[in-house]
Write a protein that binds this ligand. Structure first.
Ligand code: ADP
Length: 245
């Protein structure tokens, strides 16, 4: 029997309305399962529902109806404080605008997130060093963001997303602010992190970028219009033999 990697993100019949007359159906019954070790692009034109989907997948917003399960936890069963805990510990975020603090070194941008305030700064810096090495920035850790290229800044943001080993990384138009050379570097980095076992979802309007990912899911008018499937699962991924197929 083939054992499937565990499910890290599940959307079941997710609907999201925004108020209006008539109400706007930004997501219209989305079913999607992402398993450990996948690298998936969610691609669609402006207005197709990508941001809405990202907000719901990232537990930043709740659906109007349907179920969202993150790393085995059904979010509708959880209080807001518990949802924030899942978001903080199980999901890493990467944004188009990097969102780095100019006054801090690359190392401290990664080390001083809210999440691990309970740990000593020394320990957090040690964790930060490890993830910065993983994204190829071991030699630039003391630099402030202003001294880094766009691609390097995005690497810092990716390192910050990897801190604490989240179940899934959600990247929202991560190359949207980069030139073609830096875009290429960041695409390669995502592919490399995935080969090493990270589970990653990239939200993008860029078809070409999406086509380079092992799986791409197209969204149009709030519905999944195409899903290239799950053929390229990474055998190195964190498999849970007890996971249901
Ligand atoms: P995308 O990220 O693909 O551009 P969005 O998820 O932002 O798409 O938007 C999907 C649809 O929902 C669009 O018609 C958009 O105008 C609408 N929409 C998004 N956010 C809101 C909101 N806060 N209030 C009302 N309508 C919204």
């Amino acid at each position: 029997m083939k054992i499937e990697p565990r499910k890290v993100l599940e959307l079941h019949q997710v609907v999201k309305h925004y108020p209006g007359s008539p109400p706007i159906k930004a997501l219209d019954g989305v079913d999607l399962i992402i398993r450990a070790g996948e690298l998936v692009a969610v691609v669609g034109p402006s207005g197709s529902g990508k941001s809405t989907m990202l907000n719901i997948m990232g537990a930043l917003d709740r659906p109007s109806s349907g179920e969202v399960v993150v790393d085995g936890q059904r979010l509708s069963d959880l209080a807001d404080r518990e949802v924030a805990g899942v978001r903080g510990h199980r999901i890493g975020f990467v944004f188009q605008q990097f969102h780095l603090l100019e006054g801090l070194s690359a190392l401290d941008n990664v080390a001083t997130g809210n999440l691990y305030q309970g740990l000593s700064l020394r320990w957090r810096r040690q964790m930060a060093r490890e993830v910065l090495e993983r994204v190829g920035l071991g030699h630039r850790m003391t630099q402030r963001p202003g001294k880094l290229s766009g691609g390097e800044r995005q690497r810092v943001a990716i390192a910050r997303a990897l801190l604490g080993d989240p179940a899934i990384v959600l990247a929202d138009e991560p190359t949207g602010n980069l030139d073609s050379q830096n875009t290429e570097e960041i695409v390669e980095l995502f592919l490399e992190l995935n080969r090493a076992g990270s589970t990653i979802v990239i939200i993008t309007h860029d078809r070409e970028l999406a086509d380079r990912m092992p799986r791409s899911v197209a969204i149009l008018d709030g519905r999944i219009s195409h899903d290239s499937g799950v053929d390229s699962l990474n055998p190195e991924a964190d498999n849970d033999p007890s996971a249901e197929a």
